[in-house]
Design a protein around this ligand. Structure first.
Ligand SMILES: [Zn+2]
Length: 306
């Protein structure tokens, strides 16, 4: 045997071992009657967490199960399905994608296509950007992404319905990504907020139509008076606490950017800005400030000259 096939064989077996061993080890937490959350890591995507950075959840009703977000890869979706099966033997009747960011929907590849639903604009955004996100994730996460095809959802038309004794509403917002689906379970008073709410984790602002817009959405969420919020990122909490975590950070960021633009400061000044103590509990804050400085600050600079 020549040397090349030996190297190839060695590489293939390393890959086979890696493929066998990786697992997201998902552990659903019960947060209300029939209602479970699978917590993501409060971290950047990397080859250790396999892109598992967002929360997902499900409502296992007496009739069938509703899934909220599918995670970053087919493997995640498959493991989520397994975790659901350990809790309920009922079929999956609806799988919602909260918005078009890849940490929330690439796990669609593990689910029945006809069950995948999202807001109309999200289906367009996934059509436009999904393939690009998928190839970025393959590059960053390698083996974790194996067999992850892009399976887009279709538009959800029914906005209010009852399933297995749960009164559910689909509420459309836009402050985080231009189309943000929120699922409200009136029966348990649990709100699956997607990335409109980040709790004790600095919000990602890359696709917000504007922070004022986002803050306005948060005011509307407050009016729902829900007991519990499942945020897109960060721990599950009482609604008031989770919403105020997001709005406190966004208000600070908005003021920082406005003031910096007025004073003619540079992007680097934003990246290196002093963080006030009351934001100490916001995980990943320096990382998100840097990202916002690059994506968002130029808009504030432009606004000065309008
Ligand atoms: Zn997210």
């Amino acid at each position: 045997m020549t040397r090349l096939p030996i190297i190839l064989l060695a590489l293939l077996s390393i890959q086979a071992i890696a493929a066998q061993e990786i697992s997201y080890a998902l552990a659903p937490i019960k947060v209300a009657e029939d209602t479970y959350v699978v917590r993501g890591n409060d971290a950047e995507i990397n080859t250790i967490n396999g892109g598992n950075i967002a929360n997902t959840g499900f409502i296992a009703t007496s009739k069938c199960t509703i899934v909220f977000d599918t995670g970053p890869s087919k493997l995640y979706g498959q493991e989520l399905l397994k975790a659901i099966k350990n809790i309920s033997s009922k079929p999956i009747c609806l799988v919602l994608n909260s918005h078009f960011h890849p940490d929330h929907f690439l796990g669609n590849a593990a689910f029945e296509k006809s069950s995948l639903k999202a807001l109309g604009k999200t289906t367009q955004q996934i059509g436009r950007h999904g393939e690009h996100f998928r190839s970025n994730y393959y590059e960053a996460l390698g083996i974790w992404m194996r067999d992850t095809e892009l399976i887009p959802p279709t538009e959800i038309t029914k906005k209010q319905f009852e399933i297995g004794g749960h009164q559910l509403s689909i509420l459309p917002f836009s402050g985080h990504s231009g189309a943000d689906l929120v699922l409200f379970d009136k029966t348990t008073s649990v709100l699956f907020a997607g990335d409109l709410v980040f709790h004790n984790r600095a919000p990602a602002t890359a696709h917000t139509p504007g922070i004022a817009w986002w803050l306005n959405d948060l005011e509307k969420l407050k009016l729902l008076n829900t007991e519990t919020i499942v945020p897109g990122h960060g721990p599950v909490a009482h609604a008031t606490e989770a919403i105020s975590s997001t709005s406190t950070y966004l208000t600070w960021l908005d003021q920082l950017m406005k003031k910096s633009a007025t004073e003619g400061l540079e992007i680097l000044d934003i990246i290196e800005t002093d963080i006030p103590e009351y934001l100490d509990n916001q995980k990943m804050i320096r990382y998100e400030i840097s990202r916002s400085a690059i994506h968002l600050y130029p808009k504030y600079e432009d606004a000065i000259f309008e």
